[in-house]
Design a protein around this ligand. Structure first.
Ligand SMILES: [Zn+2]
Length: 475
C-alpha cells in the first residue's frame, strides 16, 4: 500500500510539472514538430462556443521538452492535451484571447454574436488525443467549455512545408530553440520599399527590449528572428480617419473602438507568416507614426514605430516593452487614468490572475506579500491626488488640438515628476489605482513599465513574473 501511495504521489508531482525534468515523457507522447490547431471562438457576452477549423503540422517544436504542463497559472483560458488511450494529461497552456476582451465591450453588451479565429500550438502528439479548452470562472478556477478527440495521423492535417513566403533573418541567434525563448518579429504595413526600415526597426526594438531590466539580464536566454512580411501598401488601417491600407497582417487602430488599440483579427495570416521561424512569442511592428499598440497574453504584441514628433519618438520604445510585458509574462495594466474600451475588465470581488494586480491587500493574502517589508503600510500611501489631477487634465486633451503632441508630452513629464518625487519605485507595497480602476485595485510599486508612460524598468514584482516565464521556456 505504501509503495502504491508513493508511486501515486510521484505521478501527481509529475503532472504538476514542478519537477517535470523527464525528457522521456516528451518522446513517449510527442515528436519534435508543432501541431497547430486553428479554431473558431464564437459567442456573445455571456456564452461562448468553439469549432475546429484547420489542423497543420509545422516546423520544429520551439518550446521546452520538459516543462510540458503549464505551472504558471496565468491567462483567462487553458487548453489541455490528454492522451486518449491512457487519459494522462500530457500538455497544457494558459493564454488569453481577443474574444474575452471583446466580451467586456459595449458591442458585446448590446447582444452581438461574434467569431474570432484562434490558434493552439503544442508538440506533435504521437497518438490520438483529447483537446479541451477551459475558462476561468468568477472564483478564478478553470471550467471546461469544449473538448474533442483528434487523430494526429488524420489526412486532414495540412502538411505543406510553408504556407506563407518571406525572408527570415536572425537578429539575436544562439543555441537550441528548445532551451531558448524564441521571439519572432514581423512587420505590418511595410511595403517593398519600406523593408530596409523594417530591418532597422526590428534591430532597434530588440535593443530597446534588452536594455530594459529584467530582460537586460537574460538576453542570452532569447533567440530573436525577423520575418520580412511585405505589405502591398505602406501603413495600417486607421478607420477613425477613413484610412484603409492593404497591410498583410490586417492590424488596425481603433480595435474595440479605442483610438490607440492596435490588434488584428487575421489570425491565419499572422500564424502562417510566424510559422516560417520556430516561435514561442510573436511581435508585430506596425509601420505607423501614430501612438498605439496592444498585447494579449501568449497571442502577440503590437507597437507603432515612428514618433508622432521627433520629441515623442521615445514613446514607441515605451510601448514596445510595455506590450511585451502583457503578451510574454501576462502582466496586467497598472494604469487606471487612460480611457479604455472595456467595462468591468476586473469584476468587483474577484482577485485578478495577473501577477501584478491585486484586489486583496492584507498582509497574508496579498499575492506579492512575501516581497513586502513589514515596515511598509498596506495599502501604501502615495501622492495619488496630485497625480490624478495631472492625468485628468491629460485625459481631456483633444487629438485635434494643433499642439496636442507638445501639450501631451508636457503633461506626461509632469506626471513623471510627481511619481519620481513621491518615492522609490523599488519600494514594494500595495499602491491604490491599477487595472483601469482608480479604487479597489492595487499595484506593487509606485511606478513601473506597466504603470506610467515612461522608460522605467519593470518593478520587482513584474520582474519576478518575467523571470519565471523565461525560466519556464528555457528549462
Ligand atoms: Zn497595457
Amino acid at each position: 500500500m505504501k509503495k502504491q501511495m508513493s508511486i501515486f504521489l510521484l505521478v501527481i508531482i509529475g503532472l504538476a510539472g514542478t519537477e517535470a525534468k523527464e525528457p522521456a515523457i516528451f518522446s513517449a507522447f510527442f515528436r519534435d514538430a508543432v501541431f497547430r490547431l486553428d479554431y473558431h471562438h464564437s459567442g456573445m457576452k455571456s456564452e461562448e462556443h468553439f469549432g475546429i477549423d484547420r489542423m497543420y503540422e509545422e516546423g520544429v517544436w520551439p518550446g521546452s521538452l520538459s516543462n510540458l504542463i503549464d505551472t504558471m497559472n496565468l491567462g483567462e483560458y487553458l487548453f489541455k492535451i490528454t492522451d486518449a488511450a491512457t487519459n494522462q494529461l500530457i500538455y497544457s497552456h494558459g493564454y488569453s484571447t481577443m474574444f474575452n476582451e471583446w466580451q467586456t465591450t459595449d458591442e458585446a453588451s448590446s447582444g452581438v454574436f461574434k467569431t474570432i479565429l484562434e490558434t493552439a500550438r503544442f508538440p506533435y502528439p504521437l497518438h490520438r488525443f483529447q483537446f479541451s479548452i477551459s475558462k476561468r470562472n468568477r472564483r478564478m478556477m478553470y471550467q471546461e467549455l469544449f473538448s474533442t478527440i483528434i487523430d494526429p495521423q488524420s489526412i486532414e492535417v495540412h502538411r505543406e512545408k510553408h504556407i506563407a513566403s518571406a525572408a527570415v533573418t536572425d537578429i539575436l541567434a544562439s543555441g537550441d530553440p528548445h532551451e531558448k525563448v524564441d521571439l519572432v518579429i514581423m512587420g505590418d504595413g511595410y511595403s517593398k520599399k519600406d523593408m530596409e526600415k523594417f530591418r532597422v526597426d526590428a534591430k532597434h526594438f530588440t535593443n530597446v527590449l534588452f536594455s530594459t531590466a529584467p530582460f537586460k539580464q537574460h538576453k542570452s536566454a532569447f533567440k530573436v528572428r525577423a520575418v520580412e512580411v511585405v505589405s502591398l501598401e505602406t501603413g495600417i488601417d486607421e478607420p477613425d480617419v477613413h484610412l484603409y491600407r492593404q497591410n498583410a497582417l490586417g492590424t488596425t487602430f481603433n480595435t474595440f473602438g479605442s483610438a490607440r488599440y492596435v490588434l488584428t483579427e487575421d489570425d491565419r495570416a499572422v500564424r502562417d507568416y510566424a510559422s516560417l521561424a520556430p516561435y514561442d512569442a510573436i511581435y508585430i511592428l506596425v509601420n505607423a507614426n501614430r501612438y498605439g499598440g496592444g498585447g494579449i497574453f501568449r497571442l502577440y504584441a503590437t507597437c507603432f514605430t515612428i514618433g508622432e514628433t521627433p520629441e515623442t519618438a521615445w514613446q514607441a520604445d515605451y510601448v514596445f516593452v510595455h506590450e511585451f510585458g502583457h503578451s510574454f509574462a501576462g502582466l496586467g495594466d497598472e494604469y487606471y487614468s487612460s480611457s479604455v474600451a472595456y467595462n468591468d475588465f476586473y469584476p468587483k470581488g474577484v482577485e485578478p490572475w495577473e501577477p501584478n494586480i491585486a484586489a486583496t491587500v492584507d498582509r497574508v493574502s496579498l499575492k506579492w506579500g512575501s516581497m513586502v517589508d513589514t515596515a511598509t503600510p498596506l495599502p501604501t500611501p502615495w501622492a495619488k491626488e496630485r497625480y490624478d489631477s495631472v492625468e485628468s487634465a491629460r485625459g481631456k486633451l483633444r487629438r485635434d488640438d494643433p499642439d496636442y503632441a507638445a501639450k501631451r508630452e508636457k503633461m506626461i513629464k509632469e506626471g513623471q515628476a510627481i511619481l519620481h518625487a513621491a518615492g522609490a519605485a523599488t519600494v514594494i507595497g500595495a499602491y491604490e489605482g491599477a487595472g483601469y480602476s482608480s479604487n479597489g485595485l492595487y499595484r506593487p510599486a509606485i511606478d513601473c513599465r506597466m504603470f506610467s508612460l515612461s522608460l522605467r524598468d519593470f518593478d520587482p514584482v513584474c520582474s519576478r513574473a518575467i523571470n519565471a516565464m523565461i525560466e519556464f521556456y528555457t528549462h
